[in-house]
Design a binder for this molecule. Structure first.
Ligand code: ADP
Ligand code: MG
Length: 576
């Protein structure tokens, strides 16, 4: 390893030379309190910025093992550190000047959710801290301006990390609170199952967001308060007693008039698969972390999904046991979403009528009388929702303000009344009894087949020039093709999409073999992420700065939407 002084010498030597001379700075330098590694140097001042990492040894960083020994605490510490660094870096970014991206200093920006990110890693064994960031190496035109880079590396950066990556520089009390919140969140998550719940929403929680474009809590919102009959009181390890609404396993319907807060409650439950930061308003809203939001998604692609549970006997004779479409309808897309969620191991389905295909959700009585069952390919979700729970243990939380049909099916009915939940289960059930039912016979339940196996495609995946790019939260582009993820609503951070791109590439290179099923592949990736974090995605060229951990469910959702994915399975088997 070289010394910081040597880096200074290199910079002095290359000043005023052509930009590529910056490549000479690649390497690791001992800065005393940390090691700076220049991993990748940009080709010119307008290209993607250079990548550097800083590693502080465990002893120098000085965090007590209690803050990082357990995984949930480590993730919370990483998140905390990254937010502190982020604030500092923002102050210094572009203070050094020049053309193009000269002077840019950037670390991942964290939103309201606490995610594991490649930007900051604390080693669970020795407590060392690794920070990854991007720096725009300064230039005048296309000439090296190493004086400006010296400001960044020898002045700004030491200030940024000096006040953030060391235990002694941080408020111990805040770090403790941060870790304790993580303990409490984990406690709730682990106790959902025991308490027979799929979600917990604490009293006092603030569910609505500031606006459609801001994920921060709404000011002056009506705080959440559980109705007595659904109230659960948990005793958290640090916060102590916490009362809130427990959504029981089974089928729960969220009813109520328009604008009374139904969708807001469901959205909070959707996000509850992640932990939220203190002050978010949803830090004690915790959902079974396998829960999957299901919605209609016209136009998506479907590959050999067995949707026969919901759709069969199509007029064109198309097979629905291995159904493919490049332009799915609302109902077929939603049917595929349910089956794919099962394939991804979901324990809960979250559905909002606002974003559902009506013909997938219900068929009213009159329609059942007039159009005979055998003329209707769709077996609506309402006719399967109980079987899904009873045979698969798959719960459903459903927002329905306009159709009372689900009253009969639901175990629990919550009415949102001016943003306050009211338990109306008994009343709604009584009223439902008064309506005679005409029920067409539903074909027997048959477990869907999950026999879908991505075929190997070495030419595509092995290509060194395979281009991956996340497009905000909208999707990923792979070479020229776009994987549309706009409607995969539990993706909350662009960096998760970055990671999905790398995960897909990894799967393409190592796991798509025509033998492993999609579910097995997602499971394998989930295990790798769990055990190794994001680092196994590094395949030459270093780990990108901005990756955030997605769930197994979104990994599968992403593969399911990749139109060029070659899939074998089903048909092949049956022909034998
Ligand atoms: P619904 O789905 O029942 O039609 P929404 O959940 O979309 O209703 O909520 C309607 C509006 O009320 C939204 O603008 C939302 O931000 C706001 N809102 C939701 N919950 C609260 C609350 N607890 N306090 C204040 N405003 C809220
Ligand atoms: Mg709504």
């Amino acid at each position: 390893m070289k010394t910081a002084e040597e880096l200074r010498n290199i910079l002095d030597r290359i000043d005023h030379r052509g930009y590529p001379a910056y490549k000479d700075t690649k390497g690791s330098y001992d800065f005393g309190k940390y090691v700076l590694t220049i991993e990748h140097v940009q080709g010119d001042p307008f290209a993607a910025p250079s990548r550097v990492s800083l590693k502080v040894s465990g002893r120098t960083a000085g965090f007590p093992a209690s803050l990082y020994g357990e995984k949930h605490r480590r993730v919370a510490l990483q998140d905390y550190l990254l937010r502190q660094v982020g604030r500092m870096v923002e102050e210094f970014s572009f203070r050094a000047r020049g053309s193009g991206k000269s002077g840019l200093m950037w670390v991942s920006r964290c939103g309201q959710e606490i995610l594991e990110r490649s930007a900051c890693e604390v080693d669970s064994a020795d407590g060392s801290v690794l920070l990854r960031m991007e720096i725009g190496f300064p230039a005048n035109g296309r000439t090296v301006n190493s004086g400006e880079l010296k400001k960044i590396l020898f002045d700004f950066l030491p200030q940024c990390v000096g006040r953030t990556l060391f235990y002694a520089a941080l408020p111990a009390e805040k770090l403790k609170e941060n870790a304790e919140l993580a303990d409490d969140q984990l406690f709730i998550r682990e106790n959902l199952e025991k308490a027979g719940l799929v979600a917990f929403i604490a009293d006092g929680a603030v569910l609505p967001r500031a606006s459609g474009v801001s994920d921060r809590p709404m000011q002056g919102a009506v705080p959440f308060k559980a109705p007595e009959s659904l109230a659960v009181t948990l005793t958290l390890p640090h916060k102590g007693k916490l009362r809130g609404m427990g959504i029981p396993k089974g089928i729960t319907m969220i009813a109520g008039g328009g604008y009374h807060g139904k969708s807001t409650l469901l959205e909070a439950i959707e996000r509850g698969v992640y932990n939220h930061i203190a002050g978010d308003g949803r830090e004690y809203v915790i959902t079974d972390d396998t829960a999957v939001k299901i919605r209609a998604e016209d136009g998506r692609s479907i590959k050999k999904a067995d949707i026969s549970l919901f759709i069969r006997n199509l007029p064109n004779g198309r097979d629905t046991k291995a159904f493919s479409s490049e332009d799915a309808s609302g109902s077929t897309s939603q049917a595929a979403a349910v089956v794919e969620a099962m394939e991804a191991g979901a324990g809960v389905l979250l559905i909002d009528e606002d974003t559902s295909a009506t013909n997938f959700m219900i068929r009213d009585e009159l329609m059942q009388r007039v159009v005979n069952r055998n003329m209707e390919p769709i077996i609506p979700f309402i006719d399967r929702v109980r079987e899904l729970y009873e045979k698969e243990g798959l719960s459903t939380v459903l927002v329905a303000g306009s159709s009372g049909s689900y009253f009969r099916k639901a175990d629990c009915i919550i009415q949102m009344d001016c943003y306050k939940p009211v338990d109306i289960t008994e009343f709604a059930k009584q009223e439902a009894e008064k309506f005679p039912v005409f029920l067409a016979e539903t074909p027997a339940y048959e477990r869907p087949s999950f026999d879908r196996r991505p075929a190997p495609d070495g030419a595509f995946w092995g290509n060194e020039r395979l281009k991956l790019k996340a497009m905000g939260l909208d999707g990923i582009s792979l070479n020229k093709e776009v994987i549309d993820l706009r409607y995969v609503e539990q993706l909350v951070d662009t960096e998760q999409l970055n990671a999905l791109g790398y995960l897909l590439r990894y799967a393409g290179r190592h796991l798509f073999n025509g033998k492993s099923t999609l579910a097995e592949i997602a499971e394998r990736l989930g295990t790798l992420l769990e055990e190794k974090g994001l680092s196994f995605l590094e395949e030459g060229g270093g780990l990108p700065v901005g990756l955030a951990m997605p769930r197994k469910q979104e990994i599968l959702a992403c593969m399911n939407r990749f139109r060029s994915l070659k899939m074998t399975g089903w048909e092949m088997e049956r022909k034998r």
